[in-house]
Design a protein around this ligand. Sequence first.
Ligand SMILES: *Cc1c(COP(=O)(O)O)cnc(C)c1O
Length: 426
Amino acid sequence: MTEKSRELFLKAQEVIPGGVNSPVRAGRAVGVDPLFIQRADGCYLWGADGKRYIDYVCSWGPMILGHRPPEVIQALRDALENGTSYGAPTELELNLAKMIVEAVPSIEMVRMVNSGTEATMSAIRLARGYTGRNMIIKFDGCYHGHTDSCLVSAGSGLATFGIPGSPGVPANLARLTISLPFNNLEAVEVTVKKFGDEIAAIIIEPIAGNMGVVLPEKGFLEGLRKITRENGILLIFDEVITGFRVSPGGAQELYNIMPDLTCLGKIIGGGLPIGAYGGSRDLMSHIAPVGTVYQAGTLSGNPLAMAAGMATLMMLKNKETYVRLEEKSRFLFSGLMDVAGRAGVDIIITRVGSMGSIFFGKNRVVDFDSVKQTETSKYTSFYREMLARRIYLAPSPFEALFVSLAHNEEVMKKTIDSAFHSFKKL
Ligand SMILES: *Cc1c(COP(=O)(O)O)cnc(C)c1O
């Protein structure tokens, strides 16, 4: 990387494990040291040495409006004037909760937490507490944060490193998690037949975004809804990425399927740390202090996170926003497909709205196995070529690319042109 980033990275490795506070950032999957970021604006990032990059990571999803949108910055300034944390309820929490309840079809009540990990951890605890059962089913390549129960055949950083689980997760706990292939309803049927009355929940990313983007096949989510309902199992949609990304109500609104519990994060915090989980009034009433399932947080409902989240969701209320995101995304990804063809490179594009992935190869990607069979080494070369042209993509073949409202046609044309030259070098 650049001189300044290299210098900071060396120093950071002295005091932070791997020099980073989240593993994928280290760039090991693409063999490139991380770019240290100085600042961001719109669709751009500036590296530590002042060079400007077009950003398609968007902080891994939250920055759907682009970086530092004026409305969010103003809301943060206003909130900041009043203080940064009280450990007591505020009107801001009520207002963001109302916006989430209004937008997400299956959520009647919602609890704020500080990260997506906390949201999934708490939703799983609630499912276990509510059903009195211990086992859960998840899907290979889906990532639900780093909570112990979900670090079994997970995506994101774990996919990047090829670690099946993690030391430190007790085998007795991992035993309670069954991981099945995405899009394979038959595997779910067989498993439920065998363990049905021990399974508390099925947790899934309704559109997988952490093994690259993988779409649910027709009937898969509907099938899950049916099986769970018939067997007293709760269906948890982890919409930490898809919530307010593919539509205001997330994938459940897009596909018209009502899960029992929904996990949110990323976009709802407008770039500040946040998570949330919600569901029906009946289910959510099992959480303390109303019910007996315990879950708490010193900084939960933090006023700055609430203010940034609210300002972001306010901007997304305009339905036109999603039409524009779809148009932008279609322009970008069809452009990429086109230039790959012209450069004689086989790529597979998976996309829903403004989240998408580029895989190299010819086969369809339907699950984690087919994703791993793509030509990941070509992604590595492509990543480096694009970075050299100041296009900042996810530093791993197993992550999504995000388009924000700040990506305009000119920027995307430059991206497509850079991709053409990068494809030709492969
Ligand atoms: C990012 C993500 C999480 C974890 O959220 P954190 O805020 O990083 O803890 C959970 N589930 C999905 C689907 C995610 O993409």
